[in-house]
Unconditional design. Structure first.
Length: 340
């Protein structure tokens, strides 16, 4: 029997998760919950996706002439697992509905860690989600930092990581957020919240993060310095990274020198919605003085958490092991590893 999945919130993250669920051989998308009868609702209907709405919005859907399949509570009752991808804070309010209906729920990085029993990044701690009713997939930055930190910790042991995060100011489709011609401290007094958030996944990691917001929309850029316990040459690190799941290595020799090139690469790879699910690391950026390692990685904030949500669904609602789940996720989403 496929896992019945409902997605609540059909925005930047929710629409991508719904799309990815539809590609999984062991999952069925029961439907999505949406508040606004807009073009996204119309395209979802045209793709055969069932729509569930808040009861108090029924008139606006009737007026827009969009057929709906029930109210949010109906979706929650029909699903085995709910993935909540509503804006920051809304998930907490929704959690009461999931609890009332006795459903397993997966929340996103905008929700506080205290709402859930575990925060999960598949490569690091898939098994922590087992048997839990409420879990969280962390933010895009935390997911990317957790993946690379876990790699360094597992291969060489980490004494300390110092990471600087240049955050995109808004998503491409945002109409209300963003900064123009400015660089903002985020925050001015260090550390940024990201290090603490990474420790919800990697509990004992010695990581210190700072962040700035930059006026761009398509990616974050992380500059990472890691002091390792075991010496490793640049070549050894590149070889090991080439074998690491969900890490894409790119090179300036191929003309990929900026985050805009990474965005363009996603189009040439034929990725839906320009999705880049991998941490994108520039080979030339990798530097080792055999004590400190430095590297730079781009993070597509709109997509990196999508495979994590798919694995999180299996972790809470199936008996599949982490490797098998990630193999299926990576195959169905066309995720690559190593040099592109
Ligand atoms: P978004 O604003 O693009 O989408 C959220 C959608 O939920 C909107 O369409 C909104 O209308 C809808 N919504 C609001 N209340 C609802 C309700 N009660 N029921 C159903 N739908 C409702 O937001 P997003 O960027 O997709 O973020 C969703 C979550 O993912 C947040 O927790 C965010 O922190 C996290 N996240 C976002 C990004 C990113 O870069 N966009 C990356 C990783 C994680």
């Amino acid at each position: 029997m496929p896992i019945k999945v409902g997605v609540v919130g059909y925005g930047t993250i929710g629409a991508r998760i719904a799309d990815a669920v539809m590609k999984q051989p062991d999952m069925e998308l029961i439907g999505i919950a949406k508040t606004t009868p807009d073009y996204k609702a119309k395209t979802a209907v045209s793709r055969g996706i069932k729509i569930f709405i808040p009861e108090n919005s029924i008139e606006s859907w009737k007026k827009a002439g969009i057929k709906v399949d029930g109210v949010v509570e109906d979706l929650v009752r029909e699903a085995d697992v709910i993935v909540d991808a509503t804006p920051k804070g809304v998930g907490k309010a929704n959690s009461e509905i999931y609890k009332k209906e006795g459903r397993i729920a997966i929340f996103q990085g905008g929700e506080k860690k205290d709402l859930v029993e575990a925060t999960v990044v598949a490569q690091v701690n898939y098994n922590e989600a087992r048997g839990k009713r409420m879990i969280r997939v962390p933010s895009c930055n935390t997911t990317a930092l957790s993946r690379i930190s876990w790699f360094l910790e597992r291969e060489y042991g980490v004494e300390r990581i110092i990471a600087t995060i240049a955050r995109r100011a808004a998503d491409p489709a945002d109409k209300k957020e963003g900064i123009i011609d400015n660089i903002e401290f985020d925050p001015i007094k260090p550390p940024s919240h990201h290090g603490e958030d990474v420790r919800t996944v990697l509990k004992n990691l010695n990581i210190f993060t700072t962040a700035i917001k930059i006026p761009t929309t398509h990616a974050h850029l992380h500059l990472i310095n890691a002091k390792l316990r075991k010496k490793a040459s640049r070549e050894e690190i590149i070889d090991a990274l080439s074998e690491e799941r969900r890490i894409m290595l790119v090179s300036s020799e191929d003309g990929i020198t900026t985050t805009a090139d990474v965005f363009e690469l996603s189009r040439h790879l034929g990725r839906p919605m320009n999705n880049i699910y991998e941490n994108v690391i520039w080979i030339e950026s990798i530097h080792s003085d055999e004590e400190w390692v430095y590297l730079a990685q781009a993070v597509h904030q709109e997509a990196i958490v999508v495979p994590e949500n798919i694995d999180a669904i299996r972790a809470v609602a199936s008996t599949l092991d982490a490797e098998s789940s990630m193999n299926t996720t990576d195959r169905t989403l066309g995720i690559v590893k190593g040099r592109i």
